[in-house]
Design a protein around this ligand. Sequence first.
Ligand code: FAD
Ligand code: NA7
Length: 443
Amino acid sequence: MTRVAIIGAGPCGLSMLRAFEHAENKGEKIPEVVCFEKQEDWGGLWNYSWRTGSDQYGDPIPNSMYRYLWSNGPKECLEFADYSFDEHFGNPIPSFPPREVLYNYIIGRVSKGNLKKKIKFNTRVINTINNNGKFEVTYQDKANDKILKEEFDYVVVSTGHFSVPFIPEYEGMKSFPGRIMHSHDFRDAEEFRDKNVIVLGSSYSAEDIALQCNKYGAKSVTIGYRHNPMGFKWPDGMREVFYLDKLEGKKAIFKDGTKQDADVIILCTGYLHHFPFLEENLKLKTGNRLYPPKLYKGVVWQDNHKLLYLGMQDQFHTFNMFDCQAWYARDVIMNKIKLPNADKINDDINKWVSMEEKLENPDQMIDFQTEYTKELHEMSDYPKIDFELIRKNFKEWEHHKVENILTYRNKSFSSPVTGSVAPTHHTPWEKAMDDTLKTFLNK
Ligand code: FAD
Ligand code: NA7
């Protein structure tokens, strides 16, 4: 019998398990599937951990999410086609839920059948090699500190790429008298109440962590961008300046001449695609981009079609894109989709990569990833979902952010699955200090 290893039980790994379950429910004979998850529970980044550094077994903590994290895009853009928010919560809920609510939704879909039994928890894959067409997967049972090996026909890598921080160094860091940390280790903005905070970076983490620190009472927040500023209309107490030059004692000195006393430097400088558990010729090497090279349809490893990667793209689309990838990967594994010859594969990858290289603004990037996801969607039996509405929702969301970065999370969108319109949340985001599921769902 064909054996499939899935590495990671975050949203992508769970999409893969769900894709097989969907086929099985239709009466199809599916391969034997084993999912390896190094944490003690499923949900990936959405399974919040207070821990930073390493866990009780000495293994690095993959988690990068923090308290008071609210969805940074409308939930209507990430909805599962086969499991709507209305079905899970019983009635429409607002468009920008906090982490715990989205975690509850992700887990709700996979808890109905027996998928959990297919996952080996507390199990870290440490090596994967390809021998005569088979994969030999070596893994550590962390709780019992045992190293074991199994053979598989296919390997699906769904280990995420927002867990291993990229940490640059600036002059003066060694003698800075405050705290220097990466966003990967940020857990609670309350810690920075009354502090002068410097945030470096100009993407989602910089934007959200800077806003959180301001919301929970930081004395000042100064964001240092390197290439392009985010350019939002920042509230009082926040400003965006050009590139950190160096630290002199407690002072952060920027290349535009700005000087700011600092208690803490938070490096929101992104993450590395890091696969220490794959042998060299199986390893994807890429930065955070919308179309990493060497992946046919963004999924199939060009040099070995039995190795598949999920969710390796930079992400506007998330959960339903992961699903489209997983449904496609399933059909490649089950031989329902035949791959073209090597030249056609190469041409297709080059076509997408060169289109990506020409993208100039967020609207074009949204169009690009929507077209990619739509193409995948048409290749499998992933249920009907309105990607044109998702495209429109994303563009409106982008424009709401430009209008007012503090209020974009108070807007409502309509569902691409059920058509229902989200109600307005009882408390505007800038005043909502409690992010629990219980408080969020209170009417
Ligand atoms: P992950 O969620 O990272 O899951 C990967 C899993 O693989 C983990 O459980 C990990 O333990 C496991 N694993 C890793 N290595 C091994 C190994 N060697 N052996 C076994 N298991 C292993 N997306 C949104 O849609 N909305 C948001 O609001 C949003 N906010 C975000 C905020 C932050 C701070 C970050 C970092 C990301 C955010 N994202 C958001 C994007 C996020 O990447 C996706 O939502 C999603 O979690 C990606 O799923 P994944 O399965 O690819 O990766
Ligand atoms: P991203 O989106 O990969 O962004 C990384 C940012 O880090 C980006 O703005 C880079 O700016 C910046 N960067 C990288 N190196 C430096 C140095 N040396 N100095 C200053 N700035 C630097 O990662 P995020 O963590 O923001 O987002 C990841 C996910 O978390 C995302 O999907 C969200 O959903 C939440 P550059 O443009 O290269 O100058």
